[in-house]
Ligand binder design. Structure first.
Ligand SMILES: Cc1cc2nc3c(=O)[nH]c(=O)nc-3n(C[C@H](O)[C@H](O)[C@H](O)COP(=O)(O)OP(=O)(O)OC[C@H]3O[C@@H](n4cnc5c(N)ncnc54)[C@H](O)[C@@H]3O)c2cc1C
Length: 558
């Protein structure tokens, strides 16, 4: 009878070491090459400390803790006074402090005013990389970034709030703005009866003799209710209007904002998303009465870009974990990374992730041109008008499928919370839901096509820059224009086909960017698969290409 060897029984062999200790920025070649392309080597260099911190074991642990210990609402104090405070685990504050400190909130608006030509690109790349820590806290960071262009419709309000929102000091807690070193902003649009159709808002705004308004009504979704200020839509006498609603009034009293409850969400669990009630809530009008949608659309546009950046970051995180795993795990006598079929899967995921990154950075670089009114600004504005809803629709729509497949690369371990893959998987659908769900963005593409001919011209010009380099791309440009032509004649067909068209236009734009900017093996696989007529979206069904080379390019190096 042999001896029972408990030590060897318990040895964890063939298990993969955690992916920590890498520089998230440097390890992501698609990201770092894009930053140099649209910016410069010094922009890339400035992002390396953020990338190093995002890749630490501590960052990974804090991200995990913030999602295990959810925010809690305290409605009343012990004496029965209303409090409406949300408390977070210290890990949330750890993440927020660093995100704000790295300048990922509204900092670029002030940097750009100081002459930094790449402020928005830097912030976009930083936002993508920092999202590897965990994605939930990106919500208040995004909204704070996005509020500034909307606030600019009113010089005085912009002057009052921008320095606080642009601060690199995270200063949580409810105090009057004048006593704070930094502030965060949220948005309240969605109501019970409708989120996409914000013109159906029923919250009313009553003008007061002192020029302020009071709000009466509710919001069905308002994330990050502990933020210092919110841009809120409500019905004034002349229609839907945008308002600035501070959490604490200048005299130190709390503005009446009742947090009814926090949502019990699928994912995004580190972040608090609330239902609010207003009853006499003090609000300051931002922009003209009746122009609320026009005013807040500037904020929505910026958050839509962050949805693209966030989804591209999520994809990259998922693909990093998948490629890392297969590089360290063996089955049937060899590394998974050496199995031809696994190479097919990981290479396909990598190409999707790179296409998302290239498009996201292209859009982010347009923000710098627009902000600085460069000679390209006209083209960039027209391109952004159509490419932003295209990217918001397509990149966010591809993320859940990619995340599920990346999870599977880790086998059963990928289904277990400690791997962090479930966190990514639960988060993955969200960017497609909020800030204009899939249909809403596809319909926005049609709106741009119908009302702003320069938007289609800009798309044609942009994809045309790659013409002649790849016959499959050329054919896809032509067939997409033919599809558009065939749908245009009939409004119902056009609406029915909105997703099909938006998906094609987005993929062609991604293909053109990859052909221009990425290594040939990546562009080749993308054009051969995504731009062909038989592509069914299943990962790992590539017909050929330099799969090993693509996998090596995407696997993080410590
Ligand atoms: C975690 C989370 C946090 C959120 N945080 C905030 C926040 O901070 N502030 C805020 O204001 N909102 C927030 N939202 C709300 C979010 O923006 C809305 O849920 C979203 O805009 C959709 O609105 P809705 O839920 O009312 O759905 P609906 O508008 O009812 O839409 C339902 C479905 O119908 C589709 N649809 C709508 N119109 C059309 C059409 N014309 N044709 C075809 N299809 C259509 C939509 O695409 C969607 O798929 C949050 C949501 C979530 C999930």
């Amino acid at each position: 009878m042999g001896t029972f060897d408990l030590a060897s029984l318990r040895a964890a062999t063939n298990q993969v070491p955690p992916l920590v200790g890498h520089n998230v920025v440097a390890a992501d070649l698609a990201l770092s090459e894009g930053v140099v392309r649209h910016g410069s080597p010094s922009v890339l260099e400035s992002l390396l400390p953020l990338g190093a911190e995002a890749g630490t074991a501590e960052a990974r642990e804090q991200g995990q803790l913030a999602n295990e210990h959810h925010p809690e609402l305290t409605s009343y104090d012990r004496y029965g006074n209303r409090l409406d405070e949300v408390t977070f685990h210290p890990a949330w504050h750890w993440l927020m402090e660093r995100a704000v400190g790295h300048g990922l909130a509204a900092t670029p608006w002030e940097q750009q005013a100081d002459g930094d030509a790449d402020a928005h690109l830097r912030r976009a790349a930083g936002f993508m990389a920092w999202s590897h820590t965990e994605p939930g806290h990106g919500c208040p960071i995004s909204m704070t970034y996005a509020a500034v262009p909307a606030l600019r419709v009113d010089e005085a309000l912009a002057k009052e709030w921008t320095p606080l929102l642009a601060s690199t000091t995270y200063d949580p807690g409810l105090r009057p703005p004048a006593e704070k070193q930094g502030a965060l902003c949220g948005m309240g649009m969605t109501e019970k009866q409708g989120g996409s159709d914000v013109r159906a808002n029923v919250t009313s705004a009553v003008a007061q003799p002192d020029g302020t308004y009071t709000l009466h009504g509710h919001k069905w979704f308002t994330s990050a209710p502990m933020n210092d200020v919110f841009l809120v839509l409500a019905q004034a006498s002349d229609g839907v209007t945008c308002f600035v609603v501070p959490r604490v009034l200048p005299d130190g009293t709390r503005n009446q904002i009742d947090v009814v409850r926090l949502k019990d969400k699928l994912g995004n669990r580190s972040n608090a998303s609330s239902e609010l009630e207003f009853d006499g809530t003090v609000a300051i009008r931002l922009g003209d009465e009746g122009r609320g949608v026009r005013t807040i659309i500037e904020m929505v546009a910026a958050t839509r870009l962050d949805c693209v950046l966030g989804s591209a970051g999520l994809m990259r995180r998922a693909v990093s974990e998948a490629s890392w795993h297969v590089a360290h795990r063996s089955a049937f006598g060899s590394l998974l990374a050496d199995k031809p079929l696994m190479q097919n899967v990981v290479a396909d995921l990598a190409v999707e992730s790179e296409a998302a990154t290239v498009l996201a950075l292209r859009l982010a670089s347009a923000v710098d041109d627009l902000a600085l009114d460069t000679p390209q600004a006209e083209h960039e504005a027209a391109l952004r008008r159509i490419a932003l809803p295209l990217a918001k629709f397509w990149v966010c729509k591809r993320t859940p499928a990619l995340t599920a497949e990346a999870l599977e690369c880790l086998g059963g371990n990928g289904y277990v919370e400690e791997s962090l893959m479930p966190l990514l998987y639960r988060e993955a659908p969200l960017n497609s839901v909020w800030e204009g769900s899939g249909n809403v963005n596809a319909l926005d593409v049609l709106r741009a096509l119908g009302r702003e001919p320069e938007a289609l011209e800009a798309w044609i010009t942009e994809v045309g820059l790659a013409r002649g380099a790849d016959a499959r791309l050329d054919a896809a440009i032509d067939s997409t224009l033919a599809l558009l032509g065939s749908l245009m004649g009939d409004p119902v067909s056009l609406e029915v086909g909105a997703r099909r068209l938006a998906g094609r236009m987005a993929a062609v734009l991604q293909g053109s960017l990859l052909v221009r900017f990425s290594p040939p093996e990546v562009a080749d696989v993308f054009c051969a698969s995504r731009l062909g007529s038989s592509y069914d979206g299943t990962f790992g069904a590539l017909a050929g290409g330099d799969l090993r080379g693509i996998v090596e390019r995407t696997t993080p190096v410590l």
